[in-house]
Design a protein around this ligand. Structure first.
Ligand SMILES: [Zn+2]
Length: 185
């Protein structure tokens, strides 16, 4: 397998090419349904702190790593409350306001019945940008891969001797359907 592309991504591309594009969509949406975690929730799992940001489960330390350069101000620029603690710090890093402001925003959206639409929109945007990234990765992967090794260590030949143009066309067709699926959400 080509270095630099994670096994899970390869697996995802394989699913997409095989017409299994909904697998990855359903995994994340299904996750949220079953676990009742919502945008902005923060919880511990497997010794890590997680949140749902932009509709996607993310590791907070990962987010913090990227955004640590921006220092938290003493008070929330939105409500003026003194910022303290890791939750304020987290929301400062990702939302540029405090935990209280985030909670208010969610409450307001719920009150006017816009929360679901708001979340749907975020998930869609997120998925569309994921599709974009995936397309670039797919091209790289396709141009650098001759065999595919499954998670069980079995070498599959579905891409080994396959016409790359054909594979690319199939990939694009599946992505188009994935996009259509997203539009219909
Ligand atoms: Zn605030």
């Amino acid at each position: 397998m080509k270095k630099g592309i994670s096994e899970s991504k390869v697996q995802r591309m394989r699913n997409i090419v095989k017409g299994d594009y909904t697998k990855s969509v359903n995994t994340q949406i299904g996750y949220k349904k079953s676990d009742k975690k919502q945008e902005g929730d923060i919880w511990e799992e497997k010794n890590k702190t997680w949140t749902i940001k932009n509709g996607v489960k993310q590791n907070i330390s990962k987010l913090q790593g990227v955004r640590n350069i921006i220092k938290m101000p003493l008070t929330c620029p939105k409500c003026g409350k003194v910022m303290r603690g890791s939750l304020d710090s987290y929301h400062w890093k990702v939302d540029k306001y405090c935990l209280g402001c985030h909670a208010k925003k969610i409450t307001r959206l719920r009150a006017i019945g816009k929360y679901k639409d708001f979340m749907k929109d975020i998930v869609k945007k997120n998925k569309l940008s994921e599709i974009k990234d995936l397309t670039i990765e797919f091209e790289e992967w396709l141009n650098n891969t001759s065999t595919f090794v499954t998670e069980a260590g079995v070498i599959e030949d579905w891409d080994g001797n396959v016409d790359k143009d054909k594979l690319r066309a199939k990939f694009k067709k599946e992505l188009a359907e994935w996009k259509k699926h997203l539009e219909e959400l």
